[in-house]
Design a protein around this ligand. Sequence first.
Ligand SMILES: C[S@@+](CC[C@H](N)C(=O)[O-])C[C@H]1O[C@@H](n2cnc3c(N)ncnc32)[C@H](O)[C@@H]1O
Length: 190
Amino acid sequence: MPEMSATARWFVGRTNGPLYRRFVRRWLLQSLKLPAGPAILEIGSGSGDLGLLVHELFRPSRLVETDHDPAQVTATRASFVRALGRVPPEVAVEQADALSLSYPDRSFDAAFAFLVLHHLGGHFGRKAHESFERGLSELDRLLKPGGQLVYLELVQLGTIRRFLQARGYVAVARHRTLGLLERAIWRKPG
Ligand SMILES: C[S@@+](CC[C@H](N)C(=O)[O-])C[C@H]1O[C@@H](n2cnc3c(N)ncnc32)[C@H](O)[C@@H]1O
């Protein structure tokens, strides 16, 4: 079973939460409009910091937090317990590979992929392109018509844009930080 390195896990667990609470919070509040009680999926939930933020901001009727690394699944669960005293009934924290998810087509109003697409399949270079497309195909399959894909990513930004535009997605918000890190929201047609 593939796992994050201990160093990467340490880094992600300590830095992303504060950054997300400070910067991503404001961006999501301004830019992401969802129906009341949305169904939301997160892939590569890691420390669970983004999931907690999404839970607080959007009050989902269903929030599915997934990661393929069992240690990260435990970390996500622990974050909910620390912050809320439990994993609330509308939240499911599950071990799952983002390249092959078992949820039915058109299940979610929004899907979050923060700093995870470049991990899919563990590939860099030529194979990264295929992994990106496989991961994006899964998210496309799982989003309802009009659903929104929200991501933070550093690499293969052109691959992501071309994939989504070819399927009729429209960019709702796209920003680059330091010319490198893209945060974006795309709406699926329908
Ligand atoms: C850099 S961390 C980002 C974690 C979190 N999204 C954040 O922004 O703080 C990448 C996460 O993706 C997970 N991951 C990598 N490949 C995956 C896959 N194929 N399926 C599901 N999760 C995966 C890792 O276990 C890790 O928790």
